[in-house]
Design a protein around this ligand. Structure first.
Ligand code: MN
Length: 714
């Protein structure tokens, strides 16, 4: 140890030296020196923080950057790796990172921090698949996932310092979520190490037993291994093939998995020898395979051609199992140099083998569509910017992944709203939803959901679907349930209202509704093309038949009928008719206003104020008009519009809003037009009746800045 170095700091300093030494192997000197500055910045941000192991915190980001350096990742990724925990754990903000190190780096750090916020709970395999997809979907830049995987890898390597309970949870999460993601991206080395570390921490005893057993038999194998290797090399030499052959050690976890899944004993698995053959081109792969099959007999049914049909992560190779000397099973993998690169580094092979990407074209032609879409832009050109642009495209463009407060993941189509989510959970939740919290904050039901959102639907037992939802829901489930509900509700309400209209009409003919027989009803329904009495009533409520006409037909022919008197003929509006009665949007009638009813075919009765200018010209046809009057005991609120001119003074809107609230009204909408010293404010308010509105307006006139206030009606 040098005299100058301080206790505790030596591992960090040597870690940093090692990293920058490695980086100078492939980065320009000026980039390395930029990264040294990033390191110093991160170090000071994390100063005073320590890991559970007692090391200074900076050792962690340093190690993460070093893992990514081994994959030859670019400067932006390494910068973000060094900074990946500063937003979470220190006072440094996203905008500060953006100002110092650029927007891309800030986005990468922000992306990693966001992934950290997702909480994983124990879940079934199907859930795990959804979590993996959600994670991938959230990271709009694949480099975010690479940093996250390196972060997880280092945390797994240093898990001993964590208490056992948390250790197991982290290991399970790594096994279920992160290792499969590494596999999906073709990052084979990271994938295998994550698996081994998870296995070690999940099943420490099994891991120890297997390690011991492996060590014990490895010595015995050496002889046989050399014998086979020599035979294979000799065979390729005779075939005139230029190959690289190496023995393959099995991962403990893959031995364990085979034992469990295929019910094999340890020695049955360990007796299998594995070799990898790397050749220069695809024809050589098949030549090498032919040579091996003539050296040792192949086991039938064990040949797989992943060159013709690559795995979904882009992996390509020929696999075959042979019977070696003394009947020893031999597994071989045959691939080209380029396939080997993809097999080892997957999506990261772009950075790792940047200098020699000329031949990659051929491979990409055959790799799976998904990985191909990520990689193909690099075969088009060596424009790195274009490649990065490509990587930012959503990995699953058509879907969003969101969760319930309990952590259940739902997959919804793009542009889905909170209402779609509510219906996706349960029809009753959809029908009764009134509000939503997204990531803990109140939001509008029409908010479009984004991957990673946690959605909490607020329901009320009396709530009903709103027809306006149909304008923004995207799932067919939500749409059909809303339609169905509205139709049923409209039918019920229309029938109820139709009955009232008819009774009113019958009474005005001096006929007691009770005296109409079932037979009369049936006959009339049939003649009107309705299936039942109820449907006929609903049709009347919807304005398809005029009550007076129906009433006349229901009375016994020849019976004396007095003509409707007019005065007491008015239909009483209760305000509870639902969709059977609508209040016109042009004039916003409120209780106390003189009103008229307009029968709108297929929609029911629309109430207007009697002098609504909007309807003046259509009043000529008296058949569609109906006398209506307000019930004395209406309890619901109605919309009213008022217009106010106020002097522009500080806080005037607040004073007006307070005045409105104090008189027991709600504000539905506000619009304002500035006009120099004065502002015109338009309010849509909820009031009980005319008296209520008058009292409210009186109250507002007392506010000094209010110069004029009028109700807008028609
Ligand atoms: Mn970290």
């Amino acid at each position: 140890m040098q005299a100058r170095s301080l206790p505790n700091s030596s591992p960090t300093i040597s870690g940093a030296e090692l990293l920058f030494h490695e980086l100078s192997g492939y980065l320009r000197p000026e980039d390395v020196s930029d990264l040294q500055n990033v390191y110093l910045f991160s170090q000071s941000a994390h100063s005073g923080q320590y890991r559970k192991s007692g090391e200074p915190y900076i050792s962690h980001p340093l190690a993460v950057a070093s893992i990514l350096g081994k994959l030859h990742l670019d400067t932006q990724t390494l910068t973000a790796a060094l900074l990946h925990d500063v937003m979470e754990d220190t006072h440094v903000s996203k905008s500060e990172i953006s100002n110092r190190f650029g927007e891309t780096v800030a986005e990468l750090v922000d992306g990693v921090s966001k992934l950290d916020k997702i909480e994983f709970q124990t879940h079934a395999d199907a859930q795990a698949e959804n979590f993996r997809k959600m994670l991938l979907a959230m990271a709009r830049d694949v480099r975010v996932i690479l940093i996250k995987l390196a972060d997880r890898l280092h945390n797994m390597r240093t898990l001993e310092a964590i208490r056992p309970e948390k250790r197991r949870r982290t290991a399970r999460e790594t096994m279920e979520i992160y290792a499969p993601i590494a596999n999906r991206l073709g990052l084979n080395n990271i994938y295998q190490e994550l698996q081994e570390l998870s296995f070690h921490n999940l099943f420490p005893t099994r891991y120890r037993v297997l390690t011991k057993a492996t060590k014990a038999v490895r010595g015995n194998r050496r002889e046989t291994l050399k014998e086979i290797l020599d035979a294979i090399k000799q065979c390729f030499h005779e075939a005139g093939l230029d190959t690289k052959v190496s023995g393959r050690e099995k991962q403990l976890y893959s031995i364990y998995k085979k034992m469990v899944e295929k019910h094999l004993t340890f020695s049955e698995i360990f007796d299998i020898y594995g070799f990898r053959v790397v050749v220069k081109d695809i024809p050589s792969c098949y030549v090498a395979l032919g040579a091996l099959h003539s050296l040792y007999n192949p086991v039938p049914g064990k040949f797989k051609d992943y060159i013709a049909i690559p795995k979904e992560n882009g992996y390509q190779s020929l696999h075959s199992t042979l019977l070696g000397p003394y009947g020893t099973p031999i597994e071989v993998q045959i691939r080209t140099t380029e396939m080997h690169r993809i097999a080892e580094a997957g999506v990261a092979s772009h950075w790792l083998y940047k200098s020699s990407d000329a031949d990659l074209n051929d491979i990409h032609m055959r790799t799976h569509q998904w990985l191909q879409s990520l990689l193909e832009s690099l075969s088009d050109s060596d424009d790195s910017l274009e490649f990065l642009e490509h990587l930012k495209v959503d990995l699953f463009p058509g879907e969003v992944y969101v969760s319930t407060p309990q952590g259940k993941i739902l997959t919804l189509p793009k542009d889905s709203t909170a209402v779609d989510f509510a219906y996706a959970i349960h029809t009753d939740i959809g029908n009764c939803c009134v509000a939503v919290k997204i990531n803990g904050e109140n939001a509008s039901l029409r908010t479009k959901l984004r991957s990673g959102d946690r959605i909490e639907i607020v329901t009320a037992s009396h709530a009903k679907p709103n027809p306006a939802w149909l304008t923004y829901v995207v799932t067919s489930k939500a749409r059909s349930h809303i339609r169905h509900f509205l139709k049923t509700m409209q039918f019920e309400e229309s029938a109820e209202f139709g009955k009232r209209l008819l009774n009113q009409a019958l009474l005005s003919f001096n006929v007691d509704p009770q005296t109409i027989s079932a037979a009369q009803w049936e006959k009339l329904a049939r003649e009107s093309g309705a299936k039942s009495k109820k449907e006929l009533l609903a049709d009347m409520g919807l304005g398809k038949h005029l009550p007076a006409v129906v009433a006349r037909r229901l009375t016994t022919p020849g019976e004396a009928i007095s003509m409707p008197s007019g005065a007491n003929n008015a239909i009483v509006i209760l305000g509870t008719e639902g969709m059977a009665v609508q209040f016109a949007k042009c004039c916003h009638p409120i209780p106390g206003d003189p009103i008229v009813g307009f029968i709108k075919k297929n929609q029911g009765l629309v109430i207007h104020v009697h002098d609504c200018s909007f309807i003046a010209k259509s009043r000529k046809n008296p058949n569609n008009w109906m006398d209506v009057t307000w019930s004395q005991d209406i309890t619901r609120l109605f919309e009213a519009n008022i217009k106010m001119v106020v002097a522009n003074q500080r806080g005037v809107l607040a004073r007006v809003a307070t005045g409105i609230a104090e008189s027991g009204s709600n504000i539905d909408n506000i619009a304002m037009e500035g006009d120099g010293d004065y502002t015109t404010m338009h309010f849509t308010l909820q009031v009980s009746n005319r008296q209520h509105l008058a009292q409210l307006m009186r109250g507002l006139r007392h506010i000094r800045e209010v110069t004029r206030i009028t109700r807008v009606s028609g």
